[in-house]
Design a protein around this ligand. Structure first.
Ligand SMILES: [Zn+2]
Ligand SMILES: [Zn+2]
Length: 190
């Protein structure tokens, strides 16, 4: 599947369109997937539906199309079948999309400086980005962390960290794919 860029009206105040990079954030992931309850299904974890009660900060209309694309892709990944895949593998596309969506919001605020603090906080509050994951990205050594599960000791049989957290030069296998989210390595400096 090819991701179609969403076209939005250019804003003269921006150096470039908000969606210029959307392709890289929304790179098409493999199609099959199982339901990943923590990330997609629970109502309180889902971005809230637009209602009149919510006050949308300025600039929202510029990032909304991309966030809606992510939402749609995650729904799609959720309902896809998982024929021929290992159970864990079926969840990877959803983890990946969740990661990309958080990164999109993070970059807009911290790297590209193109959204206001108010809009950034709004995205976190509405669960368009994972506040806890972003908190890790700000810490040295975790700038590229794939997902929170990969640093939770109880989830690993050996040692205290996932194989994807081991820097490339310290591990024997050159190519890895962790069982949690399919990460191929997210140590800083890899
Ligand atoms: Zn990882
Ligand atoms: Zn991992």
């Amino acid at each position: 599947m090819i991701y179609q860029k969403t076209h939005i009206k250019p804003n003269p105040n921006l150096k470039r369109g908000f969606n210029d990079d959307a392709g890289s954030y929304l790179s098409s992931s493999s199609s099959n997937s199982l339901v990943l309850r923590q990330l997609v299904s629970p109502k309180k974890k889902m971005p809230k539906v637009k209602t009149n009660r919510i006050k949308y900060p300025e600039g929202w209309e510029l990032i909304e199309p991309t966030l809606r694309e992510f939402e749609a892709k995650m729904r799609e990944a959720e309902v896809d079948t998982h024929d021929g895949k290992r159970k864990c593998e079926a969840l990877w596309p959803i983890f990946k999309l969740s990661h990309q969506r958080s990164r999109y919001v993070y970059d807009l605020y911290y790297r590209r400086e193109e959204i206001s603090k108010e809009l950034y906080e709004f995205c976190l509050d509405q669960n368009y980005a994972d506040r806890n994951l972003i908190a890790k990205w700000k810490k040295s050594g975790y700038e590229r962390l794939c997902c929170l599960r990969c640093i939770q000791p109880r989830d690993h049989n050996y040692g205290t960290t996932c194989v994807c957290r081991v820097p490339k030069h310290l591990r024997e296998e050159k190519v890895v794919e962790c069982v949690h989210c399919g990460c191929q390595g997210c140590a800083s400096g890899d």
